[in-house]
Design a protein around this ligand. Structure first.
Ligand SMILES: Cc1cc2nc3c(=O)[nH]c(=O)nc-3n(C[C@H](O)[C@H](O)[C@H](O)COP(=O)(O)O)c2cc1C
Length: 199
């Protein structure tokens, strides 16, 4: 295959990698199912040692969204410092509910727990790659995403509600998705600062 001069490296892949941003605010309206399936399929095309295909996707339906939203609401209230006035606790809870319900599409992404510790590390790495590939596919489809590892992803009750056996699967995160209402900015240190070269 012909080598590409760096000056010519202005492809959509380069642009997508650099333009990809976590999206926190969405327009109303779920991601259509066919678009969502294309995004999840992008996740499944991630590198994966021994092709264990460890990713599992749990797409939250409207009923489950409300049930989980109630728990999300409680979590926000529980984050208030002891002694916080009830009116402020209620406000925090309500803010949490509104925030949760503002996420048009919610997908839990989990990793099958199989094999030894090395396989589990590698499988988790593959699922992380899947999360990124999903975001990159989303860039082109104009679907924004936020990877979240908030408390609701770690609670036993969440596993129970979603029917995920914590002995067999680990929730790597949830992916909030939708058409962006706002895209923020984010910067990185120059790569030279995080690179070491050996003799
Ligand atoms: C493993 C992982 C967990 C994350 N969990 C959260 C989270 O719980 N809440 C949140 O606001 N963002 C979360 N993020 C998104 C990061 O905040 C985001 O990637 C970071 O702000 C950099 O912004 P960028 O993605 O636009 O470059 C997570 C990202 C990763 C990779």
């Amino acid at each position: 295959m012909a080598r590409l001069a760096l000056e010519s490296y202005t492809s959509t892949i380069r642009d997508a990698i650099r333009a990809r941003r976590t999206v926190f605010r969405f327009d109303p309206g779920e991601v259509p199912r066919d678009v969502l399936m294309e995004i999840l399929a992008a996740g499944t095309h991630s590198p994966n040692h021994h092709l264990t295909e460890p990713w599992r996707f749990t797409v939250v339906g409207p009923e489950m969204k409300r049930v989980l939203g109630q728990r999300y609401r409680e979590i926000q209230a529980e984050k208030c410092a002891p002694g916080t006035a009830a009116v402020h606790v209620d406000a925090a809870a309500e803010k949490g509910w509104v925030k949760w319900m503002s996420k048009p599409t919610v997908v839990f992404v989990s990793c099958v727990l199989d094999g030894d510790a090395q396989q589990r590390r590698e499988d988790t790495a593959s699922v992380s790659c899947a999360m990124l590939n999903m975001q990159l596919a989303g860039c082109e489809l104009n679907v924004g995403m936020q990877w979240s590892t908030g408390p609701i992803t770690r609670e036993a009750s969440t596993y129970d509600l979603l029917g995920i056996d914590a002995e067999r699967e680990y929730i790597v995160g949830l992916c909030y998705m939708g058409y962006p209402a706002e895209v923020g900015t984010s910067t990185r240190r120059p790569v030279g600062e995080v690179t070491r070269w050996t003799d």
